[in-house]
Design a protein around this ligand. Structure first.
Ligand code: B3K
Ligand code: ZN
Length: 876
């Protein structure tokens, strides 16, 4: 088998034979090629036995290799297409190398590559080996010195990690800059940028008194859209000092934004590289959600400076050590700055729809995976989002103070080194003197834990008993049997008037009940009347909770629960119940009509004058199909979609007057600002408009047209355009045309235009998508464009992707095959859209399987795509 398609196991981890004590790099950047010279000082690791050293190196033209100044002849080492093996080495030595690379033809966007008028790098996870020969593994940390030399006119900006220590002019119109990053780091955090870029700058003084120059670089035409990102960076730095006591540790913090990036952003030490999507934001081109995303991603990458960079990962199996923890930190940042309840609802909605699905799919893996073929395939929702939930569990169990004590001990023990998930767990346990042995299972067991609840009220004894039973997820993997997990269940009980009951002798009205056994019973005493329980408040653990709950109890919780999250969840469950009931009736060709209590409680939600409008908007947003299909088999996805549409139509027909009045009430005439009050009102207003438009009435279309033309902000404008286009209101093609003419030079804005069209629920959409792919604004080489057009069609246009003639699946297969030649990481993301195929009924499954088989049979498939398709087909 091709060496890049080998499976790597966590259990095979071996410490490195050599440490790198320092690295000096020199880059001679040219348009045609780049020369990379390296000088590395190695020292044997006495705790590992071995005097050989493997240097990773892929697609490099080796020009020269010497040890302690003596050139090595080719026969002195073993060279493959993955690297060089050096043997019989002394305990200490200096290695010098020189290689040539070709960044301009690098379409995988990994290593050094070109974007517009500049060159840049992406090294995580294994891109550094495409730049120079090096032990490219996260547990080898070294201080880096980097010199960049290039033509001054073509490449005026030359950046790398750390602080710039010198710069100057050279002969032949060239110039150089020299950078020192004193903090030892693994190669995946290396970065370099060279080219023509504009920038904005501000200064920040840390709590330790360090003055830091903050800069954001973009191409010149975007420089007016960076101010919000700069403010977000300042907010992040301040927040990390205040909440975590962590301050920045260099004199510069540079951010570079590029249109050509495989993911959102990258936390390279002192030189973050960002997808423009998460930097650029202006009133006329960014939605409220875009602004919030910019703030969150700027925060996320900044927070990595401590959780990821100062303490990094021992090996890639520990990825969640930095990602889960940093997602938790960015979630808390957003919760502290925006609305905590809204943030929690959005995160859980995403987790349940996407991560639960991943955990039930052929790609299911534990938060700390046991094996991988291609590490880039494991930057998953499980590692990130479930990983963040696991970190949140510590916080729930230990409280803010205990959690922060654990964090401090973690930094004290591991600052400047590479650690493991176990190290983190130990720090949390030791700092708080608690036993977190069983907690290990959160890292080692895959699948979503299932908790079944049974409640009994005993009127005579005045007790309310809640029995919890943990069951193994159906797709449990691993050698041993599944074991019960440590699950904190936050709960409250309410009496029939909605008053919270005291749950113990201390009079607590809220409890964290810790499950540790497969079966446990909680008995609450002194309960005068049968109560209604609110379980798993704030979603206190990432589990599926199954309980018998009546619509009346759900309506009660929607009204009385003090936990905002569970109030939303009750609404959500009621909606899911109705859609499922209709779907089941349709399957059996029976009739089912919408119960009055549903409309009544929906009306109550809509007209609630006391709650945050953002929370109301969330409660009015029906569950996604994805979140409902997770637990089902033989799903007829088109029928389920129809059932949901039916409910929507029913809501509009019954509540049109109310929807219209809430729409009007939340129409703001104030000057636009991105603050939580305005964002909340816009979200509720636009949710109402969404419903109104689903009714298909002409006067509602007129309302959307008015909103489109009169809006003073992009959220309102884009919502209107989307609704007008999706409903194919006469004139929508003209609007799309005008939009294109106005924005054709703004890639991000045009990407939205592509997505709007890719998601039109109409028979000719695939044809339209294929036509849009021919436009110069689209390129298979640009990941944002691919995600916006192909990704949106296959991932968000249910009826067209799942069209019964299989055309959607064929299209996806064609695109994956074509993309794999250019950019395997993006191809692998796209092919993952097939991963839920086993949930569907046999015809759909078969058509999806055929498309995957066609991909699988392509010669020379990347390890990225192969790993995913192979798993899916083998487990079918
Ligand atoms: N650490 C990077 C992700 C790298 C992905 C490599 N395929 C961004 C982040 O999580 O902050
Ligand atoms: Zn991250």
């Amino acid at each position: 088998m091709n060496p890049s398609k080998q499976v790597i196991y966590r259990k095979d981890y071996q410490p490195p034979h050599y440490w790198v004590r320092s690295v000096d790099l020199a880059f001679l950047v040219n348009q045609q090629d780049t020369i990379v010279k390296a000088r590395m000082v190695f020292e044997q690791n006495h705790e590992a036995s071995g005097n050989d050293l493997f240097l990773n190196g892929v697609d490099l033209d080796l020009i020269h290799l010497a040890i302690d100044g003596t050139e090595l002849p080719e026969k002195a080492y073993e060279k493959t297409n993955q690297g060089i093996l050096l043997t019989d080495l002394p305990a200490d030595f200096t290695l010098t190398t020189e290689v040539r690379i070709f960044p301009a033809s690098n379409t995988a966007l990994e290593g050094l590559y070109q974007s517009g008028a500049f060159f840049l790098t992406q090294c995580e996870a294994e891109g550094f080996r495409k730049i120079t020969y090096y032990p490219d593994r996260p547990d080898v940390l070294a201080p880096f010195t980097v010199t960049i030399i290039a033509d001054k006119e073509k490449y005026p900006v030359l950046l790398s990690n750390g602080n710039q220590i010198s710069s100057g002019d050279l002969a032949d119109g060239r110039h150089y800059t020299k950078w020192l990053d004193p903090h030892p780091k693994p190669s995946y955090l290396f970065a370099l940028v060279a080219g023509t870029l504009a920038h904005i700058e501000q200064s920040f003084t840390t709590s330790e008194g360090r003055e830091v120059a903050l800069r954001i670089f973009t191409e010149k035409n975007n420089i007016d859209a960076c101010d919000f990102a700069m403010q977000s960076l300042i907010n992040s730095m301040r927040w990390d000092e205040e909440r975590f006591g962590l301050a920045y540790d260099l004199d510069e913090y540079n951010i570079v934004a590029t249109d050509d990036f495989n993911m959102g952003a990258m936390e390279n030490k002192g030189l973050n590289i960002f997808n423009t999507k998460y930097v650029l934001a202006k009133q006329d081109t960014a939605t409220d959600q875009d602004f919030i995303n910019v703030e969150a991603v700027i925060g996320h990458e900044y927070f990595h400076n401590w959780t990821g960079n100062r303490v990094t990962c021992r090996d890639w199996f520990q990825l969640s050590l930095k990602e889960g923890l940093t997602v938790f930190r960015d979630q808390e940042f957003t919760a502290d700055l925006q609305s905590r309840a809204v943030k929690r609802i959005e995160d859980v909605r995403y987790l349940r729809a996407a991560q639960f699905a991943e955990d039930a799919s052929p790609m299911s893996h534990s938060v700390r995976p046991d094996s991988y073929m291609e590490i880039n395939n494991f930057y998953t929702l499980t590692v990130y989002e479930k990983g963040a939930e696991v970190v949140r569990l510590y916080h729930t169990l230990l409280g803010e103070e205990g959690f922060q004590k654990g964090m401090q001990l973690y930094f004290k023990r591991h600052d400047g080194s590479a650690a493991s998930c176990n190290d983190f767990r130990r720090a949390m346990a030791d700092a708080n003197d608690v036993d977190l042995q069983q907690f290990e299972l959160w890292y080692s067991q895959n699948g979503t834990p299932q908790v079944y609840v049974n409640e009994i009220y005993d009127a005579k004894a005045k007790t309310h008993s809640i029995e919890f039973r943990q069951l193994a997820p159906p797709n449990h993997q691993g050698d041993g049997p599944w074991q019960a997990m440590h699950i904190p269940v936050k709960l409250a009980l309410y009496d029939p008037s909605g008053q919270p009951l005291s749950l113990n002798e201390q009079g607590d009205e809220q409890l964290i009940y810790e499950l540790r056994e497969a079966q446990q019973i909680l008995v609450i005493r002194g309960v005068e009347q049968e109560p209604v329980s609110s379980l798993l408040q704030s979603f206190s653990a990432p589990v599926m909770l199954f309980r018998q709950i009546t619509p009346q109890q759900l309506a009660f919780l929607m009204k009385h629960d003090r936990d905002e999250f569970n109030r939303w969840d009750a609404a959500h469950q009621m909606q899911a119940q109705i859609i499922m009931a209709r779907y089941k009736a349709m399957l059996q060709e029976k009739s089912y009509s919408c119960p009055d209590y549903f409309l009544e409680s929906f009306r109550h939600l809509l007209l609630d004058q006391h709650s945050d409008p953002a929370l109301i908007a969330e409660a009015l947003t029906l569950p996604s199909l994805k979140s409902m299909t997770n637990q089902l088999k033989d799903v007829n996805i088109l029928l389920l979609h129809e059932a949901k549409e039916w409910l929507v139509k029913h809501i509009v027909q019954s509540l049109e007057v109310e929807l219209l009045s809430v729409y009007n009430q939340n129409f703001s005439t104030e000057p636009y600002a991105v603050n939580s009050t305005q964002v909340a009102k816009r979200s509720l207003k636009n949710r109402c408009l969404w419903y109104l438009m689903q009714g298909g009435k002409k006067d509602m279309a007129r309302l959307a047209m008015e909103q489109y033309h009169q809006a003073n902000n992009y959220t309102d404008r884009m919502t209107a355009l989307t609704l007008i286009t999706h409903q194919q209101v006469p004139g929508f093609e003209d609007l799309l045309g005008e939009y294109f003419t106005e924005w054709q030079n703004n890639a991000l804005v045009i990407n939205k235009w592509l997505s709007v069209q890719a998601t039109i629920p109409s028979e000719d959409t695939l044809h339209r998508v294929k036509q849009l792919m021919e436009l110069p604004v689209f390129s298979l080489k640009n990941p944002n464009a691919v995600r916006s057009l192909i990704g949106a069609f296959c991932g968000a246009n249910v009826t067209r992707f799942h069209a019964s003639d299989g055309s959607g699946y064929q299209f996806l297969a064609d695109q994956v095959i074509a993309l794999d030649q250019l950019n395997p990481q993006i191809a692998a993301r796209l092919v993952s859209l097939f991963n839920d195929f086993k949930q569907f009924h046999s015809e759909t499954q078969e058509a999806m399987r055929e498309a995957m088989q066609r991909i699988h049979s392509v010669q020379g498939l990347s390890a990225n795509v192969f790993e995913i398709v192979n798993k899916a087909l083998n487990q079918a």
